[in-house]
Design a protein. Structure first.
Length: 596
């Protein structure tokens, strides 16, 4: 890659770094610091001379934790965009990269559903409560969960590998199916490795160590870039190149696991001298963890299921590479293929672009606030509702401008990041069209992460499960309906529509149960902006930013600009958007602060 290419790939870092440095520290002022939890009362008749359990060290503040997670997630997303830009330039939008991206979705689905989803969500609140009451019991609980999860995941992978190898031996499907099955079988062992990494990361989160898990994806991205570069230098055969990258994923999964294990520390630390023996709190909630996981798999993983469905449908309904004018036939129905070869690649790259703000901010907010919601759920009064409301304001304060900003910069962003090598201007324009659909619901994706964790902190996995099932069915129906008139972009709009409905329904249920405080529930603390004023500032700032970016876009011509012009336009749009939004938001908030 040239110096200009590297500069273009780093353009996303301008948005991420600026927001991380400006928006999060100010918005986090809305979130209260976690106070010390009261020590459990001694049972009646117990000796007053019994040594107390060793106190946990004071955790870092929410500002520090969220800033660390946001910074590392920003680095992860930037290196992820660079990785995808390298792969797109090397392979282009064609069969090889289509098959690779579909195959890579399978272990990533395991990671989202189990590692970062159901298993972590069921494990973390129980582990945190045990860690406060009895650290030794918490260590034994974590060890038991890791052993059981490893057994189930390895067994599932072995069964899946046997099925994939049988399908390959029987010669099911044509060239496209064979390539997809081969790459899936190659990368499937990454699934238990990345799930183990995520589970160790959850242990670190409960111990207020957010760095190791947040930095693990950076290792994967840089390793895949190195593998792709090495394969490009070693051979000119495309299939060999993509096989090398697939094998590197598994090797890097092992390295990720080892790195996070070292950063988190011993799963079961040695008890400190004088620690009392395990008592009532030592009963390990393994059965409760298993029961909670089943509904959580769909409740937290519906977004990833929708993404996988998008990829599988696009892969199935894309025209064969050697016969682009072929006709699709099913049950007597004939029609032209709605998606050209390379549709999975353009769909996946569009997902990467809208997942940048989602990963940097939305997931970071949900990750840091989840332990606080779990603690507030056991606390008195309306603490849970107030913490959740502040999470809502923070998510919307970032999600709404991110939605408008992505819509404004979609074409120059897609061209600047991906247009190089075998990936041409038409491919980049296709990414921009798909991004329009996905970007329209960035705010909803952020809220889904927050709402779902709020239910889980209340030990309610059934409600998000029911809503998730409806969302999956709606997404599938819209996928199969919109793909014919809109092509791959139809699946992006289907995902956005189902996510919007899911976010609105979950929020309505939380408000109805009085688990979400109203915007005017109480007077703000000294020096804090009122929730209602913050919401008004977010809406006004987003509108002003959108009008500004629309005017700049209308005066430019992103379709005809060269690489240097694209980079200049992209930087101008990002800086102008952040400046206008920040200025208006602060102007709305300032009168409240001045009046105090």
């Amino acid at each position: 890659m040239t110096l200009g290419d590297l500069a273009a790939d780093g353009a996303g870092a301008v948005l991420g770094a600026f927001w991380a440095a400006w928006a999060i520290p100010r918005a986090l002022a809305l979130l209260p610091a976690a106070g010390p939890r009261a020590a459990p009362a001694a049972p009646a008749g117990s000796s007053a001379a019994s040594p107390p359990a060793p106190a946990r060290p004071r955790p870092p503040g929410l500002f520090r934790s969220a800033s660390l997670v946001s910074a590392l997630t920003t680095l992860s997303r930037v290196t992820g965009l660079a990785r995808d830009a390298v792969l797109a330039g090397l392979f282009g939008a064609g069969l090889l990269l289509d098959a690779f991206f579909v195959a890579f979705m399978v272990p990533n689905l395991f990671r989202r559903l189990f590692g970062e989803g159901a298993l972590t969500a069921a494990f973390l609140p129980r582990y945190r409560r045990l860690l406060d009451a009895d650290p030794d019991a918490a260590g034994r609980y974590a060890s038991a969960v890791i052993r059981e999860a490893a057994a189930w995941l390895v067994g599932a992978v072995l069964i899946a590998e046997a099925g994939l190898l049988a399908a390959l031996a029987l010669g099911l499907g044509g060239e496209k199916a064979t390539l997809g099955l081969t790459l899936t079988a190659t990368m499937l062992p990454y699934a238990p490795l990345v799930c183990g990494t995520a589970l160790l990361g959850a242990i670190g989160h409960a111990r207020d160590r957010f760095g190791p898990a947040a930095s693990a994806p950076v290792l994967l991205n840089l390793g895949m870039i190195a593998a792709a570069a090495g394969a490009a230098l070693a051979t000119g055969d495309g299939r060999t190149r993509v096989a090398v990258v697939a094998v590197s994923v598994v090797v890097l999964g092992v390295l990720q696991l080892l790195m996070v294990r070292r950063g988190v520390g011993p799963v079961r630390p040695q008890p400190a001298p004088g620690t009392p023996p395990a008592g009532e709190a030592a009963s390990l909630p393994l059965a409760a963890t298993r029961r909670a996981m089943v509904p959580m798999i769909l409740g937290l993983g519906v977004f990833q299921v929708n993404t996988l469905l998008d990829g599988l449908i696009a892969f199935t309904l894309s025209a064969p590479a050697d016969a682009p004018d072929a006709v699709f036939r099913l049950l007597g129905f004939e029609a032209a293929y709605p998606i050209r070869t390379g549709g999975v690649t353009t769909l996946t790259l569009a997902q990467r672009l809208y997942q940048f703000p989602l990963g940097v901010f939305g997931i970071a907010i949900a990750t840091v606030i989840f332990p606080r919601l779990a603690a507030a759920a056991a606390g008195p009064g309306d603490a849970f509702a107030r913490v959740l409301r502040r999470g809502l304001l923070l998510s919307l304060g970032i999600g709404l401008p991110a939605t408008v900003g992505l819509l404004a910069v979609r074409l120059p962003l897609a061209r600047a990041v991906f247009e190089r090598g075998s990936f041409d201007a038409a491919d980049a324009a296709a990414v921009a069209r798909i991004l329009t659909g996905y970007a329209s619901a960035v705010w909803a994706y952020m809220l889904i992460h927050l709402w779902t964790r709020a239910f889980y902190a209340q030990d309610d996995a059934r409600t998000p499960l029911r809503v998730a099932v409806v969302a999956v069915v709606l997404n599938l129906a819209l996928n199969l309906t919109l793909v014919w008139p809109l092509g791959a972009a139809g699946m992006a709009w289907a995902t956005a529509a189902s996510a919007t409905g899911q976010a609105l329904v979950l929020g309505w249920i939380l408000r109805r149960r009085r688990l979400l405080a109203a915007l005017s529930a109480e007077r703000p603390a000294l020096g804090e902006p009122s929730p209602r004023r913050f919401a008004a500032g977010t809406a006004t700032g987003t509108l002003a930013m959108g009008l500004t970016l629309a005017a700049i876009d209308a005066a430019s011509s992103a379709e005809t600009l060269n690489a240097t012009g694209l980079l200049a336009l992209l930087v101008l749009l990002v800086v102008a958007g952040v400046a206008v939004y920040g200025t208006v938001l602060l102007a709305v908030l300032r009168p409240a602060r001045a009046a105090v």
